[in-house]
Write a protein that binds this ligand. Structure first.
Ligand SMILES: Cc1cc2nc3c(=O)[nH]c(=O)nc-3n(C[C@H](O)[C@H](O)[C@H](O)COP(=O)(O)OP(=O)(O)OC[C@H]3O[C@@H](n4cnc5c(N)ncnc54)[C@H](O)[C@@H]3O)c2cc1C
Ligand SMILES: NC(=O)c1ccc[n+]([C@@H]2O[C@H](COP(=O)([O-])OP(=O)(O)OC[C@H]3O[C@@H](n4cnc5c(N)ncnc54)[C@H](O)[C@@H]3O)[C@@H](O)[C@H]2O)c1
Length: 476
């Protein structure tokens, strides 16, 4: 019987364990904290649960325009008559995360995976030592999968105390809304929390190291979000780096590189992550790391040590739960001799869960510019979409990229509420190499936001003219 040992029970690890069990091998999964990993217990699932409540608040905030009023006495603003019970909200967040973790554990048990709660390290490429509750066990393995994830990066001069200077794993301990929250870092994590707490009624200050928030995303999309943040009154310190954070009584003081100081009641550090690859015997086992500490892997998740694979955030490939899970499955399929396709990142879809959301798939403008390819593009503002008007949405757009002449769709961006649900048709088009003409031949519901995606494809009918751009929405 082939013996597989997996270190880490996040999406990279547990999805691989399920494939290993399905293929009939002996699988042992070692997890130090809880099943589902950081994705389920502290990062992806909790943040999206918090954001689900924030979304309702955003809708309430915009509801006056739709003709809703709540009689609350002196104030006619609907949002100000809704009270956010953060203790109850966070309790729900943590309960939901635990339930999801439990159900993953139950699924692994049913599949026959041996789960060990403990901390693991390699003892060469073919053995793992597990420390658990004062005991130590050495497990021999034919195949090892490392799916150890990452940890929030901390500045030495801004140590998180879990009370007022927080990382994103610690925010769920808060029982009351912060009076003034300083979010340091405007990557995806910083932008999502800034958006969510703003919607929950918190006074948010965002410290952004670049000209614009979300430097890694489509710049037009990031521009929309920056404009929405500013319109809502969020204070944004652009081109500003935090160098320290300290407590002063009930306040947190964040010092910026240029000498300015920002005061708030709480501070959330969202300045990136570092891989959990230290002290687990990787170099000794012949596993090469990138200078960033990430494990180097090829497209079938192989490391430089024979029989040792790696998946997920610890590889630095694409920090998404979906990619981690796919890398883990590929590792099992490859190592166990099943049919396998190397990892294909060209059709990965991702979403930034802000208000509005930003969903992206396929080629980005940066990749197009770097490749020198001539690609036709159209950007269609959603403000003209009939459904958007009915719902009171004014911010956002659909952007499509296609190859000239053939008209094959190679990428797209949707900025809209629920963009995460709208991007799938573009993902399918990219993955299946569908042309703009074929895409526009299919019906969409009227009125619908997805109608604008079909309309954008229709506008690229003259795709031999790469300049086709920025036309206005004609859906009426
Ligand atoms: C705030 C936030 C929100 C996010 N939201 C999304 C989202 O909406 N959608 C999305 O696709 N992605 C999201 N992500 C990214 C997503 O969470 C990660 O891509 C995903 O967690 C990666 O899974 P993983 O299996 O590589 O690692 P993890 O989920 O980090 O799991 C790794 C596990 O390994 C364990 N471990 C580490 N070392 C050892 C050891 N030596 N022994 C035993 N166990 C060990 C850890 O305890 C951990 O549980 C978000 C990330 C953050 C920070
Ligand atoms: N919805 C999602 O799918 C989702 C949500 C959150 C995170 N993620 C994943 O996690 C990855 C990491 O995202 P992230 O936002 O946690 O990290 P990040 O590294 O992408 O962003 C951190 C940001 O903080 C800035 N920064 C660093 N030091 C700073 C300082 N001292 N002062 C001010 N700014 C500073 C950096 O310039 C950067 O823009 C993303 O690439 C994404 O794939 C995904």
């Amino acid at each position: 019987m082939t013996r597989v040992v997996i270190i880490g029970g996040g999406p990279g690890g547990y999805e691989a364990a399920l494939v290993g069990a399905q293929l009939g091998v002996e699988v042992t999964l070692v997890e130090a904290t809880g099943m589902g990993g950081a994705a389920v217990l502290t990062d992806c699932v909790p943040s999206k649960t918090l954001i689900a409540t924030a979304e309702v608040m955003t809708m309430i905030e915009n509801s006056a325009e739709l003709g809703l009023k709540i009689f609350s006495g002196e104030d006619e603003n609907v949002a100000s008559s809704v009270h956010v019970d953060l203790a109850a909200l966070n309790q729900r967040v943590l309960a939901l995360a635990k339930a999801q973790s439990d159900s993953i554990r139950a699924k692994l048990d049913r599949s026959g995976v041996r789960v060990i709660h403990g901390w693991a390290r390699l003892d060469g490429p073919q053995a793992v030592i597990v420390e658990a509750e004062g005991t130590s066990e050495r497990i021999e393995a034919d195949i090892v999968l490392l799916a150890v994830g990452t940890t929030p990066r901390e500045l030495d001069t801004a140590k998180c105390d879990g009370e007022r200077i927080l990382n994103w794993k610690q925010v769920y301990n808060l029982c009351e809304l912060p009076e003034k929250l300083i979010v340091v870092g405007s990557g995806v994590t910083g932008a999502e929390f800034a958006s969510a707490y703003d919607a929950l009624g918190v006074d948010v200050v965002l410290i952004s190291s670049r000209d614009q928030v979300l430097p890694g995303e489509d710049s037009d999309a990031a521009g929309v979000l920056q404009a929405v943040f500013e319109r809502k009154g969020m204070e944004i310190y652009s081109r500003s780096r935090a160098v320290a954070a300290r407590r002063e009584g009930d306040e947190v003081v964040v010092s910026l590189e240029d000498g300015r100081e920002v005061r708030g009641s709480h501070c959330l550090m969202a300045v990136g992550s570092i891989p959990n690859t230290v002290g687990i015997g990787l170099a000794e086992a012949g596993i090469e790391l990138a200078p960033s500490g990430h494990i180097q892997v090829d497209r079938v998740s192989r490391t430089t040590a024979r029989g040792v694979y790696a998946a997920g955030d610890c590889t630095g490939v694409f920090a998404l739960a979906s990619v981690a899970a796919m890398q883990g499955r590929i590792a099992m399929w490859h190592s166990l001799g099943d049919a396998v396709q190397p990892l294909e990142l060209g059709s990965v879809s991702s979403n930034v869960f802000t208000a509005p959301e930003i969903a992206t798939v396929g080629m980005t403008q940066k990749q197009i510019d770097a490749s020198g390819l001539k690609v036709a593009k159209v950007t269609l503002p959603l403000a003209g979409n009939a459904r958007a008007k009915m719902k009171g949405f004014t911010d956002g757009f659909v952007k499509l990229y296609c190859l000239p002449v053939t008209g094959i769709i190679v990428g797209g961006v949707v900025v809209a509420p629920q963009a995460s649900e709208l991007i799938h048709s573009i993902s399918l088009a990219v993955a299946e190499k569908i042309t703009v003409d074929d895409f526009s031949d299919d019906f969409t519901v009227y009125p619908s936001m997805s109608g604008s995606i079909a309309e954008a494809a229709r506008m690229l009918h003259l795709h031999s003219h790469p300049e086709a751009e920025n036309a206005s929405n004609t859906q009426v």
